[in-house]
Design a protein around this ligand. Sequence first.
Ligand code: GRF
Length: 199
Amino acid sequence: MVLISGSGSNLQAMIDAQNRGAPFRIAAVISNRADAFGLERARRHGIPAEVLSHAGYPDRDAYDADLRALIDGYAPGLVLLAGFMRILTPGFVGRYQGRMLNIHPSLLPKFRGLHTHRRALEAGETEHGASVHFVTAELDGGPLVIQARISIRPDEDAESLAARVLGYEHIIYPMAADWFAQGRLRLGEDGLPYLDGSR
Ligand code: GRF
């Protein structure tokens, strides 16, 4: 199950991995925006594409309850947030504890939230990257699974940095999904991530 809000290039990377024989099958794609291009990517590959717009909902709890019902209708083993631009309620996050991953375009714990590339440049960082993590109630704060780290070039602007980081996102996110699907990756009861049973 993949949740998106926009272009869906990370979704595309998952679809490509699936088509190359990865040990998972994308049950459906859900977007909170009807105009998300990722929906088109899903349809092209025969993957059910659902829209659950947040417009008209009185609060986050009401939206998340319906989102939960929609997701659970597909009974997915793993929920992947792939550019899903919504803050999720603790109740929602708790329901998928240990089986929901997110990809974030920074070297967490640095630069949680938005505009990570610009902020990394403004902070004078020499390195930047992307992180896959288990989702917990803390925004962009869950246990890390894998990171891609790149050097920032002297002439780099936020746009070129974003494009380069995105290229690495497309590598590490399917890797993490693959590990999870194989049963090699799990979130321990101690709240720590385990790969192959060792940390
Ligand atoms: C990615 O940079 C992801 O890390 C962030 O939102 C962007 C989504 O891009 N959370 P896409 O929709 O997968 O192309």
